[in-house]
Design a protein around this ligand. Structure first.
Ligand code: BES
Ligand code: ZN
Ligand code: ZN
Length: 483
């Protein structure tokens, strides 16, 4: 759906839209609802009395009046409302209004004692934009519905910020949803290059340069594909003196067949999403470029495709990393940690003070935490806390998992410094995180987003496909680091 959302100073009573949306708190009309009722000479409350519409959270009721329609939406108890509930109400409402055939609507901001005006404005805006997202590019005959929506008495600055963030989430979803024959490493790089329009510095390396620099792990993974890899670097430099340099790293496997440790058809069927970490990082950079926080942020993506061919890497190959450490490959499907290790070393050497890395890294993390929660690993307690707080504000769930030192020796190889898998299926997400932690001593956070990055069915804030998980969390994190 093509949504045009704007904040308006006027009350829903005064905005000349064919449908006016007002809330019901615990069975009673909201303040805006009461104003509308006065305008309608008490007809709204009279109807409500007869209907006994309690208005459970998210429940809607359309009432045709003489001049316009009124859409009532249940919000539950005023004190029980949360940011996430408002996001979901927003998403539900845009779907409902479009389904009912309206092309313009005015909605109140559902203010309550619990949430401030800014918070409520932002949550509703986010929910509405995310809920209106569709990926129709490859549907021959389908036109996006249009909807113009006025958010009455919202905080215009909060709406503007939320629009930037939510549109960045949609940008990340688009990247994930693109089919892998269209979005291969060079195309991902081209999409990153388009971000230069927003004032970001973008630099893309081709295989020759990647080889000169010595990213042997990354190249090993990439060598089986007819599509050459790209190393993508995006830099945001704030005006004035920056306080902290943050590096964001995203896993950028545009497709993961597993290589010679080949996946099953079923296992492979969602693997275009193996660049969701890269999508989240690029989405965050896009929003950061527009929001202009006073923190310096660099993004790195080692983009490759993990394929099977006569030139593909094998099991027992030994590769030399950028760091100098050698790695014996014992499973070609554990490719993400190889590409990421070189990116982490690079970020560290460039002088990043803090490194935050997102990857669809292990099926084991999905087994442990399911598709709603990302695994959070960090060698730094302060960084872990900052991420947990950012995640909480963003409404993107994370849960800490340990970098268990007792397991580290299981990554030792008999022929090289490290091997890329430990052997055995236990503690798979931890082993992967321990492998990454071999490549920097700086504060590092690794988010295993294999679960929440991709949804096989429609969810509260969007359709099946890429979710754009991580964009909102990263923007919140950067916003917090500035203070
Ligand atoms: N991209 C996959 C992880 C993945 C699995 C993401 C399911 C999303 C959904 C990753 O490259 C992989 O294949 N990991 C292996 C590691 C194993 C060989 C140690 C896995 O999880 O099976
Ligand atoms: Zn894999
Ligand atoms: Zn992978």
């Amino acid at each position: 759906m093509e949504l045009r959302l704007r904040s308006a100073r006027r009350s829903v009573v005064e905005i000349p839209a064919p449908v006016r949306i007002v809330g019901i708190w615990g069975g009673e009309l909201s303040d805006e609802g009461q104003r509308l009722d006065e305008h309608l000479k008490g007809k709204l409350s009279a109807i409500l009395k007869n209907l006994r519409f309690q208005g459970d959270l998210g429940e809607t009721l359309l009432l045709p009046m003489e001049e316009f329609h009124v859409l009532l939406v249940g919000l539950g108890k005023r004190r029980g409302i949360s940011l996430e509930a408002l996001r979901r109400v927003g998403a539900k409402l845009v779907g409902e209004v479009a389904r009912l055939g309206f092309r313009e609507a005015a909605c109140e901001t559902f203010l309550s004692e619990k949430l401030g005006k800014k918070e409520a404005s932002a949550a509703l805006t986010e929910g509405m934009v995310l809920g209106s997202y569709e990926f129709l590019k490859y549907k021959s005959r389908s036109e996006a519905k249009r909807l113009r929506l006025w958010l009455s008495r919202a905080s215009s600055s909060a709406v503007e910020r939320a629009l930037i963030v939510a549109e960045a989430v949609c940008f990340a979803r688009d990247l994930v949803n693109e089919p892998p024959n269209v979005l291969y490493p060079a195309e991902l790089a081209r999409r990153a290059e388009e971000l230069a329009q927003l004032g970001l510095e973008v630099e893309v390396w081709e295989p020759e340069r990647i080889r000169e620099v010595g990213m042997g792990l990354f190249l090993g993974v990439a060598q089986g594909s007819a599509q050459p890899p790209r190393f993508i670097q995006v830099r945001y430099r704030p005006t004035g003196k920056p306080q902290r340099v943050l590096a964001l790293i995203g896993k950028g496997l545009t497709f993961d067949t597993g290589g010679y440790s080949l996946k099953t058809s079923e296992g492979m069927s969602t693997m275009k999403s193996d660049m969701s970490g890269a999508a989240a990082v690029l989405g965050a950079m896009r929003a950061i470029a527009q929001l202009r926080p006073p923190v310096e942020v660099w993004a790195y993506i080692a983009a490759a495709e993990n394929m099977v061919s006569g030139s593909a890497y094998r099991l027992q190959d030994v590769l030399k990393s950028l760091s100098g450490k050698t790695v014996e490959v014992l499973n070609t499907d554990a490719e993400g940690r190889l590409t990421l290790a070189d990116a982490i070393t690079f970020a560290d050497r460039e002088g990043a003070q803090t490194i935050v890395e997102l990857s669809t890294l292990t099926g084991a993390c999905v087994v442990a935490l399911g598709n709603q929660v990302a695994g959070l690993f960090s060698n730094d307690a302060r960084l872990a806390r900052e991420i947990e707080e950012a995640a909480e504000r963003a409404g993107e769930k994370v849960w800490p998992l340990p970098l268990e030192e007792e397991y580290r020796e299981r990554l030792k190889s008999s022929v090289a410094d490290l091997k890329n898998v430990a052997g055995g299926r236990d503690a798979g997400a931890i082993i992967a995180a321990l492998f990454l932690s071999e490549f920097t001593e700086k504060p590092l956070a690794h988010l295993d987003i294999a679960g929440p990055a991709f949804s096989d069915k429609p969810h509260a804030l969007g359709p099946a496909g890429g979710t754009g998980y991580g964009v909102r969390l990263l923007v919140e994190l950067v916003d917090h680091l500035q203070s």
